[in-house]
Design a protein around this ligand. Structure first.
Ligand SMILES: [Zn+2]
Length: 162
């Protein structure tokens, strides 16, 4: 069984490069400031072709999900999940939930987008936020180190909601 291969669009290259450096950057319109995904030549909101690439916060909410029980690629053993998330910046992204899975409904769960290495390539995934899991432990340690505030158990993305 073959491994999956990246599918790269005409305007994707800066996004893949950002993931190589461990963050996810998406296009943002310089005219109306709207983020967009997938990458494109013009803004679908105002048709401007003036674009900057900006790092996203990583905060997102699960809109939908599916668990594949039939294997399609050698590097994606089953069960293999795919989730559609709405980024806090607006765009919808298809990714995988890694780590702990929700105990009940997945829809509406808060996640944090992160970059990890899969099959020798950098790719994005999402981990459940608002609870302890190994991926978030490193982040909380960083928050404690970098801030004089007490760590309150929330991710940076959660902080923006309040
Ligand atoms: Zn625009």
């Amino acid at each position: 069984m073959e491994n999956s291969k990246p599918v790269r669009g005409l305007y994707d290259e800066p996004m893949w490069k950002s993931m190589e450096s461990g963050v996810l950057e998406l296009q943002r319109c310089e005219s109306c400031a709207q983020f967009r995904y997938p990458p494109a030549s013009h803004c679908p909101n105002c048709l401007s072709d003036q674009t900057v690439w900006e790092r996203i916060s990583g905060g997102a909410t699960i809109l939908s999900w599916v668990v594949f029980r039939r294997q399609y690629f050698g590097d994606h053993p089953t069960p293999c999940n795919s989730i559609a998330v709405e980024l806090d910046e607006g765009p919808i992204l298809i990714t995988q939930l890694v780590g702990t899975q929700p105990e009940s409904s997945w829809i509406g769960e808060r996640v944090q987008i992160e970059i990890y290495t899969h099959n020798g390539r950098k790719q994005h995934g999402a981990r459940l936020a608002n609870r302890f899991n190994p991926g978030m432990a490193a982040q909380s340690a960083t928050l404690r180190k970098g801030s004089t505030d007490e760590y309150d158990g929330k991710t940076p993305a959660d902080g923006r909601q309040t």
